[in-house]
Design a protein around this ligand. Structure first.
Ligand code: ADP
Length: 602
């Protein structure tokens, strides 16, 4: 492996994920490998002792040593095996955590970038298929450690055999015999390299079949409801069946191919074994080596041959896995490019901030169309701004830009006259509380969801929940604010409806107590009574914060001081409801389109 090879870098990463893993693994495998060598050695000693008819007491001592050694190795080995189970899960956990931390530390635009999403998905899929990537590398390294230990041990005893055989007299075979053994060994090594290369090429070819099967099997059960309602189960089963047959056939061909390919290796192994049996037997008959040595020398030689091809197989495995490791590492190589300012936002007690969008245009990564076009907008904070418009007109994108989840492609956004890029990112984010349409709650206790922290002010959590309209439900919960949400981690967790979840998300935004509160369709999942309740006390809930409120329901925006009407990524109208409804424009059109449903009397 080259000095800066991706595999070496990945091995260093693995070692860093859990520092004591590999040393402990080495110790466990050393213990496991010593056992057969020890038994071969002791069996040879006992057979020779029996053959030489040495005093019985000495034979029994050899038996006791063998049993004691085995007991010690078994107990020590079992303890290490148990420890390694635990250590492996720590290593795998830490690896997952490192990947998650990388994802969480990425700039948001990278997180959402289609090419980076594809990269993440590819890494996940690689792991599902043949454990390609870090797991396969780890297994190959582990296999190499095991084979390495066995090779070193068998080599020591193999040299012991050569010394014994060739230093004694008489010499029943010529040196040509030894050359034959070495040639056979070299043949096995060279041919297994060739065969393993061919097998890897074949396996690479069936990766695509497995990828297709994996995608289908993952995707179809995910759409369970639709599959049932539209009776697509028959079609789904057929599709899955088709792909699993394709994979099965590909593997069948692979196993046939491997069986034929390995015939020469097996034949050479047979010849080698025969040569070693003959050699040891001839030297034993000639009285150069004791009778028991036949057992151990044949055993050591077999271990040596098996492990030497295993080492080459591991190298081959690592080489075939290299492209997957490169893909994995390319994720860790992604650099954040968002400019990180250092200014802190003014902590104004009057919460008076001014926000300005100046000629802002924005295109999503990988998209060809602009989602926001040349938008200029100024609003004084402390007021209530409603953002309305048709689907896809850019309302949510406007909020994402304001919260600096993305930077504008062109133009700038100013907070109190300063470009928001110049503010410290975390500090700037602390100015906003947002309830996105696709908000997420976690399977933690209710209070931790509201406070977004483990330590919280219980009274304030309860107040925020009550303000958000969750008071009645809170009173019915068995453990109040300590009640876990959902049943993922706790069987006593409560399942909540979409509307209740929205109220909790609103309470979380209130708890953060930021100068800005941004609500993207905050009442979409609420029933009409809960919705009316939220509107009637909206002013109280929002208090002295600036509220930006996105809604499709224009009637719910009437209480806002100003309404910005979005169309095709720009603000086409701005003003109060009373003014806009009189103006000839999109707002009036939208207003009357909705009002007709409310005004109709049955
Ligand atoms: P609204 O909130 O008004 O419904 P959005 O701001 O969500 O509209 O979307 C504005 C435009 O940007 C739409 O054309 C939408 O398809 C596109 N868009 C939204 N999110 C993404 C994204 N992550 N990647 C690419 N295009 C997007």
């Amino acid at each position: 492996m080259r000095k800066n090879s991706p595999n070496l870098r990945a091995i260093r990463m693995l070692a860093d994920f859990h520092k004591r893993y590999f040393p402990l693994f080495f110790l466990q495998k050393l213990t496991a490998s010593v056992s057969p060598f020890f038994n071969l050695w002791m069996s040879a000693e006992i057979v020779t002792a029996l053959y030489d008819r040495i005093p019985e007491k000495e034979i029994w001592s050899l038996v006791v040593i063998t049993l004691a050694g085995n007991l010690f190795l078994a107990v020590f080995g079992a303890a290490l095996y148990r420890i390694m189970k635990h250590e492996t899960s720590i290593l795998e956990n830490n690896e997952k955590l490192a990947f998650l931390n990388k994802t969480l530390s990425l700039d948001y635009d990278k997180l959402e970038d289609p090419s980076i999403r594809t990269l993440r998905r590819t890494i996940r899929e690689n792991t599902y298929i043949n454990a390609n990537g870090m797991k396969r590398l780890r297994w190959a390294i582990e296999s190499m450690i095991v084979s390495g230990i066995n090779l070193v041990l068998s080599l020591i005893f193999f040299c012991d055999m050569l010394i014994h055989i060739f230093s004694g007299t008489p010499q029943p075979v010529s040196v040509l015999y030894l050359i034959g053994i070495i040639a056979c060994l070299a043949g096995i090594i060279a041919y297994s390299q060739y065969a393993q290369n061919k097998q890897a090429q074949f396996l690479g070819g069936i990766n695509d079949a497995m990828l297709d099967e994996n995608r289908v099997c993952q995707a179809l059960p995910g759409h369970n409801r639709d599959v049932r309602l539209y009776r697509q189960n028959i079609y789904s089963q057929k599709t899955m069946h088709h792909y699993s047959i394709a994979t099965r056939n590909a593997f069948f061909r692979f196993h046939n191919f491997s069986a034929v390919l390995n015939i020469p290796t097996n034949m050479m192994f047979f010849v080698l074994r025969a040569l070693i049996y003959l050699l040891t037997c001839m030297y034993c008959i000639a009285d150069v080596i004791p009778v028991g040595s036949v057992i151990k020398y044949i055993g050591y030689m077999e271990t040596f041959v098996e492990n030497i091809s295993q080492v080459f197989y591991s190298f081959q495995n690592i080489r075939a896995n290299t492209p997957f490791i490169e893909t994995y590492l390319s994720y860790f190589d992604l650099q954040n490019t968002m400019y990180q300012g250092s200014l802190s936002t003014e902590k104004r007690s009057d919460r008076q901030y001014q926000v300005e969008f100046r000629n802002v245009s924005f295109r999503y990564p990988g998209a060809s169309e602009y989602a926001i076009r040349n938008l200029s907008l100024k609003f004084n904070v402390g007021s209530r701004l409603a953002v309305v418009g048709k689907n896809g007109s850019g309302k949510t994108t406007f909020i994402k830009l304001l919260c600096r989840l993305y930077d504008p492609t062109e133009g700038e956004i100013l907070l109190n006259g300063i470009d928001i890029r110049k503010y410290d990112y975390r500090d700037y984010l602390s100015v906003f509380s947002v309830v996105f349409q696709d908000f997420r709650l976690f399977s933690f206790p209710l209070a931790q969801n509201v406070a977004a922290a483990e330590i919280y002010d219980s009274a304030r959590v309860a107040d925020c929940l009550t303000e958000a309209g969750f008071g009645e439900r809170l009173a019915s919960l068995p453990d109040g604010i300590e009640t876990p949400l959902y049943k993922n981690f706790d069987e006593n967790g409560v399942e909540i409806s979409g509307g209740e979840a929205q109220k909790i998300a609103l309470a979380r935004a209130l708890y953060k107590d930021s100068p800005f509160i941004i609500l993207d369709e905050p009442t979409a999942a609420l029933d009409p009574i809960a919705e009316a309740e939220i509107y009637s006390k909206f002013n109280d809930i929002v208090g002295d914060r600036t509220a930006i409120y996105i809604s499709h329901r224009l009637s719910s925006c009437r209480f806002c001081d100003e309404i910005a009407v979005f169309d095709q990524g720009n603000v086409v109208q701005m003003g109060s409801h009373d003014v806009l409804v009189e103006e000839d424009g999109l707002y009036r059109e939208l207003w009357y389109a909705q009002a007709q449903y409310y005004d109709k009397k049955d």
